[in-house]
Design a protein around this ligand. Structure first.
Ligand SMILES: [Zn+2]
Length: 556
């Protein structure tokens, strides 16, 4: 029965301008019903967040999440494995943490108040300590020099007073027609690799030198204000380790590395941080009581990506591959819900819906469809870069171009990534690959969602499609509605299951599954941009994180 059902229904929809694209409307209808009427994406997301979150690279929590994801794929009849990508460093977890401040001064009764704060990842334990706090103006070398030798028994406040948003603007949003039109009309930004002016690099190095001066005095702890004033959320990532004099960007020390001992660091909620600063400015004394204990796992953790696949059946192109991916690792403030349990759950849900469709039609996809849940993304896109390096091209590192072609370069048709929060898919960033435009247009038209039609030629950066793009392979991140991603949840303590939108994630799973199926069923591989291999000596500063240099938050 099944064979008869498949062939007659396959309709050739002669799309007007670009009718070469064969549209499988049976698959599209099935996939939309499977993800939107029989969806399981929220159940997957709950397990990855409330139960196995957060999923910091190197941590036991991430191990558990990976094993659960592998079993979940297998429960759907999809083979899955954990593929090691390399030695990451030390695993870290918080065992206990509290921070209280006590203010005293002439004419006021001493009083204590709890302070909302969160430890930066890979900060070492402080135990139970109480110490005086002191504020250091990082731009004032004289003040810094005057304090030299006096920081060893202090807790240092490193940043200034933060602006608090009174909240007249809503914190969540969706792209409106104007924004999408601007994106659609955007030109191809010529610059693909990020580079920095000598002034920016000099300012960055000067700041690193001041940080080194402070860190070398081994203050008991360092506190910084969260950059999320007014939201109650605390944006927290990894402990900062100053870049030593003359070190190059690619090999600077990281707090998860064996032998690197960071100063204990904590990010304080804006309003609480500003109050302590103002108390000091008002001439009051402030001391802080910290109780902080962490556990470290193995000295060095071999990290893995979760790789699952539905094998291709076509004798001609069956060993060619279409990939869907998202990073599974997260920062540790919340449960890593919108960054990136959302993308990981959507990739898994797309896999489930595709397998259900192939079971229904009794025939697998033409090309192999592979699903990747990467790790090490937040620390430098490590897992996906290692994957591309092993198979498709020799890359020079984070955001660096390829210097050589790998053994399987011909076999990958396209890679699709999801890592911009919980928002629905509104279209695709085409990474300056204009030849895919008529193909994506035909698919989005056939998908039939008026809200998901935008194609922009421009790039987007900072996530796991980059290594594929750098290898000269079609690698794309979808355009998603912003929701409250950068305004509240991204790398924050409020990044929890509560901020996931079921309807949006279901739509995203359907779009990703349809893109994978359509790519798999094409006669041709997806068109590629011309690839210019770089000479090894050309590689260098791209490893530097824009946010760090330009003094604002990380990328994705
Ligand atoms: Zn992310």
């Amino acid at each position: 029965m099944r064979t008869r059902f498949f062939l007659p229904i396959l309709l050739l929809i002669a799309a007007p301008a670009f009718s070469q694209e064969t549209i499988d409307s049976t698959a599209i209808a099935f996939i939309k019903a499977e993800t939107m009427e029989r969806g399981q994406v929220m159940e997957t997301a709950l397990w990855l967040t409330d139960i196995h979150g957060p999923r910091l690279t190197g941590s036991l929590q991430l191990d558990a999440a990976q094993m659960w994801a592998q079993q979940r794929f297998e429960s759907w009849g999809i083979s899955a494995e954990l593929q090691p990508w390399g030695t990451f460093g030390r695993g870290w977890a918080i065992e206990r943490f509290s921070l209280n401040a006590t203010a005293s001064g002439s004419g006021i009764a001493m009083h204590t108040f709890p302070v909302m704060a969160f430890p930066k990842a890979w900060s070492p334990s402080t135990g139970n300590i109480t110490a005086e706090v002191i504020h250091i103006d990082m731009e004032d070398d004289d003040a810094l020099a005057a304090l030299s030798g006096q920081l060893g028994d202090k807790i240092v406040l490193l940043t200034g007073e933060e602006e608090v948003d009174l909240g007249f603007e809503g914190i969540a949003s969706r792209h409106d027609d104007d924004t999408l039109l601007d994106m659609a009309n955007a030109g191809a930004s010529s610059q693909s690799r990020r580079s920095y002016s000598p002034e920016v690099i000099a300012r960055y190095r000067a700041r690193q030198a001041r940080l080194t001066q402070i860190y070398n005095e081994h203050p008991l702890a360092i506190l910084e204000g969260s950059t999320m004033g007014g939201t109650g959320s605390i944006r927290v990532m990894g402990a900062t380790v100053p870049m030593p004099e003359g070190a190059d960007f690619m090999n600077r020390p990281s707090p998860w590395q064996v032998g690197v001992e960071a100063v204990p660091q904590f990010v304080v909620e804006t309003e609480h941080y500003n109050r302590v600063l103002r108390l000091l400015d008002a001439g009051q004394n402030v001391s802080v009581a910290l109780d902080f204990e962490v556990s470290w796992t193995l000295d060095e953790v071999v990290e893995e990506n979760v790789i699952a696949e539905i094998p291709g059946i076509d004798p001609q192109v069956g060993d060619e591959v279409v990939m869907l991916g998202a990073h599974l690792d997260s920062w540790h403030g919340g449960t890593g819900a919108t960054d990136n349990a959302s993308g990981s759950s959507v990739v898994m849900e797309a896999a489930r819906a595709l397998q259900a469709f192939y079971d229904e039609r009794g025939q697998g996809p033409r090309r192999t469809i592979r699903f990747a849940l990467w790790t090490g993304e937040e620390q430098g896109i490590y897992g996906s870069t290692a994957y591309v390096n092993e198979r498709y091209a020799t890359l020079g590192g984070f955001g660096e171009p390829a210097t050589a072609i790998g053994p399987e370069h011909d076999l990958l048709s396209a890679y699709y990534n999801l890592d911009n929060g919980t928002g629905r898919i509104r279209g695709v960033y085409m990474q300056r690959n204009s030849e895919v435009a008529p193909i994506f247009r035909a698919w989005l038209d056939a998908f039939g969602d008026e809200e998901s039609r935008t194609l922009t030629i421009s790039n987007t950066s900072g996530t796991d499609h980059l290594p594929f793009d750098a290898a000269g392979l079609p690698g794309f991140q979808f355009i998603q509605d912003p929701m409250a991603y950068f305004s509240q949840t991204w790398h924050g303590t409020m990044d929890t299951y509560d901020h996931l939108s079921e309807e949006d994630l279901e739509q995203a799973a359907a779009v990703m599954a349809v893109f994978a199926h359509q790519t798999s069923e094409r006669d041709e591989r997806m068109p590629r941009k011309a690839l210019e291999l770089a000479q090894p000596e050309q590689l260098g500063s791209a490893g530097l994180d824009a946010g760090e240099v330009l003094g604002h938050g990380h990328e994705h």
